[in-house]
Design a protein around this ligand. Structure first.
Ligand SMILES: Cc1ncc(COP(=O)(O)O)c(C=O)c1O
Length: 403
């Protein structure tokens, strides 16, 4: 990719996504499950750009959404409601109502109180809500604590006994239809065994439910597959799919997977330009025009990303790569070897396709970055850079006096 040309056309900071690689990742996953009926519901939270969703929808993907906003994005991008699932630990009645009115595939239940809310909303609408229950299997996924979701100490899902009670209740309800089981034990998972243990627990539940005449048609294995940011050892895709097929033997279900990071993570690049270099005592800093408001992963998860000075392979001296935001947490890398830079040099932060733009903010009244797609060798803008007027539009009418 000609990052220099893209940076000069669209400006920096700029997120660039390789749409061809995104479809390749989707196809890889879909192919891995070709022996069974499967549905890949892309986790919209990872990157919710409308053009990106439309691109994935065109390849056949459904959507895993965790808010009404994400459902609306998916529908707006052309993803069919019957391929949309609605997850998340806290849903407002208005969100449930919207989801049911759209006739999405299912609502994923995470507590008994939520189940009652869904039933009441369905009753009000005179509809039958298709549901699955998210099981918390109490398994340590061995990942960063902020993205670990499958232990009882985490807020997600319900334990297996509670799940059984919920399904039995659902079976007797006029307004609820149990069609799926669900799990998601965490994100950036690099070990297969915890996923296997969780799938085995949930598969056992699905068998018990079928024996009780509860017709489970969808088995959602969640998302969570890791990508290589630095030197992580990854789960082999064939091992992953084969393990799931083995654990689900004898169960006639459609396999649902809801990956986010795996599909888009490595297809994203954050382009940023060097503003200056400075040295405090003996400490070298390269200050770039992107900041933690654009890309918060390094600050939030202490996650290292590969960073390079465009066109240069030499290693250089130790430095930290930092942004202009007024926080010492505003860094992209600490103490890495980096070549000498000059103002205007282009820096590429790799693997920023997932949880990049979607976690960006206006902190320090910095507008959100422009986003660009590259497909078949051609680049195009898929969201423009946010302007000052964009940032103040919700506030300006409330100030007193005239400016
Ligand atoms: C319920 C659920 N499904 C899927 C995902 C996607 O995870 P990942 O991007 O790691 O595949 C998440 C991420 O937090 C999630 O909470």
């Amino acid at each position: 990719m000609d990052f220099e040309k893209i940076a000069s056309t669209y400006g920096t900071p700029c997120f660039v996504y390789d749409f061809d690689n995104i479809s390749k990742k989707y196809d890889e996953l879909k192919m891995a499950f070709k022996a069974r009926k499967s549905l890949v519901c892309y986790a919209v939270k990872a990157n919710s750009n409308l053009s990106l969703l439309q691109h994935l929808g065109n390849t056949g993907a459904g959507a895993d959404c965790v808010s009404v906003g994400e459902i609306r994005r998916a529908i707006c991008a052309g993803i069919k409601p019957y391929k949309i699932i609605f997850s998340g630990v806290g849903k407002k009645d208005s969100e449930i109502e919207f989801a049911l009115l759209q006739d999405i595939l299912l609502v994923n239940i995470e507590s008994s109180q939520e189940l009652i809310c869904v039933e009441q909303v369905a009753k009000k609408l005179g509809k039958k809500a298709r549901i699955s229950v998210r099981i918390n299997p109490n398994i340590d996924p061995k990942t960063h604590s902020y993205i670990s979701t499958g232990l009882h100490e985490n807020k997600f899902g319900v334990d297996i006994d509670e799940a059984k009670r919920l399904y039995i209740y659902v079976k007797s309800s006029k307004y609820l239809e149990p069609i799926g089981v669900h799990m998601h034990i965490g994100s950036q998972l690099t070990q297969l065994q915890p996923i296997r243990d969780a799938v085995a627990i949930v598969a056992n539940l699905a068998r018990n439910l079928k024996a009780l005449d509860i017709d489970i048609k969808f088995f959602d294995v969640g998302g969570g597959l890791a990508i290589k940011y630095t030197d992580e050892k990854l789960i082999n895709m064939t091992d992953y799919s084969q393990m799931i097929l083995d654990e689900l033997h004898g169960l006639d279900v459609t396999i649902v997977a809801e990956p986010g990071r795996y599909i888009v993570g490595q297809s994203g690049y954050l382009l940023t330009k060097v503003l200056y270099e400075k040295t405090n005592e003996s400490k070298r800093f390269v200050i770039v025009d992107a900041a933690m408001n654009d890309f918060i992963r390094p600050a939030l998860y202490q996650e290292a990303h590969k960073i390079n000075l465009y066109g240069k392979t030499t290693q250089g001296s130790l430095c930290s790569i930092v942004g202009p935001v007024c926080e010492s947490g505003d860094f992209f890398a600490k103490n890495i070897k980096f070549p000498a830079t000059k103002s205007g040099d282009l820096v590429i932060i790799n693997d920023t396709g997932a949880y990049g733009y979607t976690m960006s903010s206006n902190y320090n009244t910095r507008g959100k970055a422009v986003q660009v797609a590259v497909q078949g060798g051609a680049d195009r803008c898929i969201s423009r850079a946010e302007t000052f007027d964009d940032m103040i539009k919700l506030e300006i009418e409330f100030i007193k006096g005239v400016i």
